[in-house]
Design a binder for this molecule. Structure first.
Ligand code: GAL
Length: 683
């Protein structure tokens, strides 16, 4: 059972990110005053400022931030202070190169960028512990500081570690997990290609080899090790902070990045989780953007994942300007209304704190094109006016603070399978297809969902609140998970499984059982054959009551047991007419087995069949281009309506609702302007 979130905001709050070390001191006060005028009441500082505290090894000075924080007290600005460990000083990495991370080939990442350190160097850990302790001792009781951020974006940019220190730590980790070389050889399947280990010293992090492919079972353990290393690094700082900071101050870090179990990190080290939301990445990374695709709306998928880590999360960095770096990425400035739309997208999905990145665009360094609220010239501008408007909206939205997101169904995920899908392309293909299909279908049918991440101790009760759960490709299956799913279905839940289910064990090795392995009793099916969709044949589909539904990427041919109903049959290839979708009653519930990756059409049809689709249809009729999200608290329901398009959207209200933003009762047809947002209380 996961712990309850330890810190929650008591009011929706607006902040920004500020870098006192990047500006003339003469600007500080007017910046703080202008921020307050815009409605900003909290700033995040210091995450890259190590040299301001320890310009020389072991010599700590605090006068710079003392002066800045005194001004914050004077101007009534609250502060989230950061540990500066994402960017070690030059003196440190130059003198102690063992603190650096390395490429798989062994080349060290040198000073000049960021996040070039490794989590496992005892030397780096010692330096980080010391600077954290010094800051906590000096600032732990400071009246301006309300919370602490650990490091910055753990595992961003680089989430693989190949330094000498990681190699040593990995060996110890492996030994601790497997205990004996026999067990290790068994777990990693080393009989294949003569990989047998006869001494622990032969065990290494993945290294270059002739075929450029890592033993997949070793690789899976390596990703678990990276995750554990990240959590240990974060927890080390959290423990130090906790010893010295004022009670009531929260500890957070900003994510969300790969190769770390963010759920465990939050439970073990943090009071609240933060996310950095940049919806324009859709443009920044692909210069051609399909106007019909979800683009910036796709950020709702990430926000859904963040909500699963921490239901009332913080947005530490919310995009406020066009984004780009001097060496890569380019994206347009947010159009009038778009900055507000993205801020409301975050709040709709559960953010109770929202902080714009950044107050003013940097005039130097790699991020001169990562625009903040203000431009280089420091004049009031359109974006600042929009931020002020967001501040006004937040004042009207206060009743929403602490409200819970309401989902119609859940999607099960777990880190074993996430990481297996990362290293196993057969798994990755189906997972990617299905996760996006679920998101798209849910968006277009206005059917909100939650992600539910299975941990070591997840209990059936946590699942029972979702009448329908999708677990699209649970390739790795354990006895414990199989029993959990059985308990969920037995008490009345509906479980939807896709192809490639349960054919691997926890080590990532395939099991010598008919598929779907440990879940056969639940599904009432036997997979007699399976294949990738052949590019030489017609695109595969299934027939469900005469309707053609795409069955993309991979096909399982299902043999239904005696008491298993066939709902759809494959419509193509040598398996035409065989079962493609089955339904099996189990206890008070049922299991649907879909013998393919999910297409958008398949998810739409399944949601309709299971009665989960379109929960707001009696309140509102909205075009597919609009997102609907509901937060509820103390019996009150707040419906967010978000228009991502540069054109007006027409909404038909099927009953009277109250607009929180415009304080009036609305009924009938109303127009939502381009990039417009409405928040209705359902009355
Ligand atoms: C985040 C990071 C910020 C800034 C921003 C824009 O990933 O935390 O420091 O780099 O992106 O690139």
């Amino acid at each position: 059972m996961r712990q309850a979130q330890k810190h929650r905001w008591s009011a929706l709050t607006m902040g920004t990110c500020y870098y006192p070390e990047q500006w003339e001191e003469g600007l500080w006060q007017s910046d703080l005053v202008r921020m307050k005028q815009a409605g900003v009441t909290v700033i995040r500082v210091a995450e890259f400022a190590w040299s301001k505290f320890e310009a020389e090894e072991g010599v700590f000075t605090f006068d710079f931030f003392d002066r800045f924080l005194a001004l914050c007290v004077q101007e009534g600005m609250q502060v989230i202070f950061s540990t500066p460990t994402a960017t070690p000083p030059a003196w440190l990495t130059e003198k102690y190169p063992e603190t650096l991370n390395a490429t798989r080939e062994g080349t060290l990442y040198r000073h000049g960028g960021r996040r070039h350190y490794n989590y496992n160097s005892p030397v780096y850990r010692r330096f980080c512990a010391r600077v954290t302790e010094q800051l906590a001792l000096h600032y732990g009781q400071h009246p301006a500081i309300i919370g602490w951020q650990i490091d910055n974006e753990l595992n961003c940019e680089v989430n693989e570690f190949y330094s000498e220190a990681d190699d040593i730590a990995f060996r110890a980790w492996v030994r601790d997990r497997h205990h004996t070389l026999d067990a290790l050889n068994q777990a990693w399947g080393t009989a294949f290609w003569n990989q047998t280990y006869t001494d622990w010293e032969q065990v290494h992090v993945p290294r270059p080899n002739a075929i450029n492919a890592v033993n997949p079972h070793l690789h899976l353990d390596y990703l678990r090790f990276v995750s554990d290393s990240t959590i240990r690094f974060c927890a080390m700082q959290a423990e130090i902070l906790r010893r010295h900071i004022r009670p009531g101050c929260f500890i957070t870090t900003n994510g969300m990045f790969g190769n770390v179990d963010n759920h465990r990190m939050t439970d073990e080290a943090l009071d609240v989780y933060s996310y950095d939301s940049y919806p324009n990445f859709a443009f920044a990374l692909n210069r051609t953007v399909d106007p019909d695709a979800l683009n910036d709306r796709a950020w709702s998928k990430h926000l859904t994942s963040v909500r699963a880590i921490c239901p009332h999360f913080m947005i530490m960095e919310q995009q406020s300007g066009g984004n780009g770096w001097s060496n890569r990425m380019e994206a347009p400035a947010p159009r009038p209304g778009q900055l507000t739309l993205w801020a409301m997208q975050s709040i709709a999905h559960g953010a109770d704190y929202l902080s714009f990145f950044r107050w003013r665009t940097s005039i130097m360094g790699t991020e001169i094109y990562w625009h903040g609220i203000l431009d280089y010239d420091n004049r009031d501008n359109r974006r600042l006016r929009e931020v002020k408007r967001v501040g006004d909206m937040i004042r009207r939205l206060q009743p929403v603070c602490g409200a819970a997101h309401r989902a119609s169904f859940g999607v099960l995920r777990d880190y074993d399978n996430e990481w297996d899908a990362q290293i196993d392309v057969w798994h990755g293909r189906v997972q990617e297809q299905s996760i996006w299909a679920i998101f798209e279908a849910a968006q277009h049918t206005h059917t909100p969902y939650d992600e539910v991440w299975l941990g070591r101790d997840t209990e059936a009760d946590e699942l029972a609140k979702y009448p329908v759960l999708f677990y699209p490709h649970a390739v790795i299956m354990t006895e414990v998970r199989a029993r959990l799913l059985e308990a969920y279905v037995r008490q009345g839940g509906t479980l939807v499984l896709g192809c490639r289910t349960a054919y691997k064990d926890e080590t990532g090795k395939c099991v010598m059982q008919p598929q779907p392995g440990l879940l056969r009793t639940l599904t009432g099916t036997d997979v007699t054959e399976f294949t990738f969709a052949s590019p030489a044949e017609e695109a595969p589909y299934a027939l469900w009551d005469g309707e053609r539904i795409d069955t993309p990427v991979f096909l399982d041919i299902l043999n239904p047991g005696e008491d298993t109903k066939v709902l759809a049959r494959h419509g193509t290839s040598y398996f035409m007419g065989e079962a493609a979708l089955t339904e099996h009653a189990f206890g008070a519930g049922r299991v649907l087995h879909w013998g393919a990756a999910l297409s958008v059409a398949a998810v739409r049809r399944l949601l309709a069949y299971l009665g989960a689709a379109e929960p707001f249809r009696e309140v509102i009729d909205a075009p597919e281009t609009v997102e609907l999200v509901l937060r509820e608290k103390e019996g009150r329901q707040y419906l967010f309506v978000l228009n991502y398009k540069p054109q007006e959207a027409v909404l038909r209200l099927r009953r009277a609702v109250k607009s929180l933003l415009h304080s009036g009762v609305c009924e009938g047809e109303i127009a939502l302007q381009a990039y417009g947002v409405e928040v209705f209380e359902v009355i």
